[in-house]
Design a protein around this ligand. Sequence first.
Ligand SMILES: Nc1nc2c(c(=O)[nH]1)N[C@H]1C(S)=C(S)[C@@H](COP(=O)(O)O)O[C@H]1N2
Ligand SMILES: [Mo]
Length: 504
Amino acid sequence: MTHQGSRVAALTAGLVAGAAGLGAAQLAAAFVRPQSAPLIALGGAGIDRTPEWLKHWAIRQFGTHDKQVLLGSMLVGAGIVAALLGLLARTRPRLAGALLGTLAVAGAAAALTRPDAGPVDALPVLLGAATAAGVVAVLLPAAARAAPGDRRSFLALAGGAAALAAGSTLLGRSLAGRKSVAKARAATRLPAPARPAPPLPKAADLRIRGLTPFTTPNRDFYRVDTALVVPQVDPADWKLRVHGLVDRPLEITFDELLRRPLLEADVTLTCVSNEVGGEYAGNARWLGASLADLLREARVRSGADQVFSRSADGFTVSTPLDALMDGRDALLAVAMNGAPLPVGHGFPARMVVPGLYGYVSATKWVVDLKVSRFTDDRAYWTERGWADHGTVRTMARIDLPRPSADVKAGRIVVAGVAWAQHRGISAVQVRVDDGPWRTAQLAPVPNTDTWRQWVLEWDAVPGRHRIEARAVDGTGAVQSGDNADPFPNGATGWHQTTVTVHRN
Ligand SMILES: Nc1nc2c(c(=O)[nH]1)N[C@H]1C(S)=C(S)[C@@H](COP(=O)(O)O)O[C@H]1N2
Ligand SMILES: [Mo]
């Protein structure tokens, strides 16, 4: 084999070994837990340590695809590292081995420090690294032994290892898929609500083409969470503990939860990371037990000021106790738009609290409620500088006309949604090119906890125009026009859109 040829062979050996290592680890992770797979563990540890500005940039660039982009780039990175290590192993096998060992230790450390990890979580990474080392140890000598021009035996071995890599990856995936709770979800029978939501006013949805529908179908509902793999929580094993500063700690099972009186409520959920005009908002009809009743049963002690909730994957949320107890529909929800919670939205149970951003209220896959004090327990995002009291900011969004639309002169529809959960929306105002504010028509709403569609007809004259909208909440407060970023307590500013109006 030529010198050049043996380099290519070493690169190939590295790549194949890397794939085999990841495949073996994937297979092992199917038995341990999905979070212990190397890229998932490293990615998760990375997300938790990423500075806020970078997370924001990623969310802005990639939206809810941020996780696929992260995993995709990690896979490419792993391929490059594996190929380079293969190349290095050809001339400096010890150094290559030491580097692989270092990577393995780092990966194992990441796996061991993930929330709820046990000692076995280190196994997939270590097994993967050992597999990779073994494959290189077999492939490199085969490459070196090959007669010039004859790489058949090397290629056969490399092909075999690649096939094993693919096979173990697929097997690992399908075994992990068996742990899916899709079946348990499909088998969940939802009881009728003890307090059904009032029927929606007919005109709550103005049915204007291109305008955000009043109710967001589950499949279109935005998803924001730190979970690289969606937690699969079997309702048969699910329990919720209520403890901390309470006189009567309690624990309920999923069956017990379903036997409680369930309330149905239309509530709009919004993410604090939403930019002005952004898409991280959705409205659904939730079904769930009253969180206030549950806390009253546990007898909250005086001095407590928050409920610190934890999800099955270790994510934590701190919710101001006042907001849970003041009579609003704070729910331990089991269903969304008439179906059991989709797995990605928290099956079997999550919190929903009208008026608060998701990071301080909407714990998905919730398993633990600790009544405590803000000074004693810090949650995932508040620990990272986001505000303790994430009250939703008043916001009007323009859906129509679309950004940078070209329209014909004449009467055109300006429409959107506005929200100020639990305060309600009392007006939406629109202005064009800094002209006078005009009042839009508001669609009726079932309560103050949902967004509200609005519409205004505008006699568009030729030229380029800037349209702005702002909302007034139920207390009479006008939406702030100061432009502020989402960090640390929600974006402010008026949404605006530009249109080009053509002569007819
Ligand atoms: N377990 C868990 N729950 C979570 C989160 C999370 O990362 N993990 N993110 C919160 C945030 S920031 C928001 S905005 C809402 C989003 O809920 P959704 O994905 O159902 O729209 O979930 C909240 N609950
Ligand atoms: Mo969020």
